[in-house]
Design a protein around this ligand. Sequence first.
Ligand SMILES: [Ca+2]
Length: 146
Amino acid sequence: MLSALRRKLAGVAVAGMLAIGFGVANASPASADLNQCFDGYYCQWEHSNYTGDFGQARYDTWYFGPMTDSASSLWNNRAEWATLYLNTSYTGECLWVKPRGWHYAIPWPMYDRFDSYRVGRHWTKGQFGESVPCSYTIGEGTFVKT
Ligand SMILES: [Ca+2]
């Protein structure tokens, strides 16, 4: 499936769009898809199959704003791990997404729950400095308990 996704992305011109922080675009479900997700960004969609409202972030994002408790599909379109948190400010339960990892329908108990995001490595559960692993990991279409 990933190769299919990459094919779908190939040749898409990124024309003068800027995403600052967690940019959110409202889109009709019919027009929302993976082509929205820039290389080097973490991306999430309101509904499964990469549809509905869309948001992407290049840097740590403490609060997802209008996309809080909303993500049902995601794509970590970057070379580093992403860590998603169920609470704002990188706290509470979390989930890891491997570099270039994706899921078209985030399973229970993690769908519609992400509030914040950190980039760069396996960040841990809870407040800064704690070393409790996140409970789940998303790979290329996979969802496993850590
Ligand atoms: Ca949703």
